[in-house]
Write a new protein. Structure first.
Length: 98
């Protein structure tokens, strides 16, 4: 846990620290090329995603979007559910050949 920080999310890093390569500077949007599990808290005051982006991601094969009734730190506020969602998603990827 000492090594886990809020800066570990690549999209956040690119947005805030990417310098001349940041998404904001080039008007680029984060479009994952591989399956992605996106978990977010509904009660987070600021969001970096739009409902349309989440719907588009959820439609990609192997990807999933899960909203928790929490704030930003979903893994701390609902650890059992978080672990279960991640485990099921990873198991599904392994079974699909992705």
């Amino acid at each position: 846990p000492a090594h886990i920080t809020s800066r570990m999310g690549y999209p956040y890093w690119m947005l805030w620290f990417g310098g001349r390569d940041s998404y904001r500077r080039h008007g680029r949007r984060f479009e994952p090329e591989c399956p992605m599990l996106f978990i977010y808290g509904r009660r987070k005051p600021l969001r970096f995603h739009s409902p349309a982006w989440a719907e588009k991601l959820a439609a990609k094969p192997g990807s999933q979007v899960v909203a928790f009734d929490t704030g930003h730190w979903v893994m701390s506020q609902q650890p059992e559910r978080f672990n279960e969602v991640v485990r099921k998603w990873l198991t599904g990827l392994r079974g699909s050949g992705s």
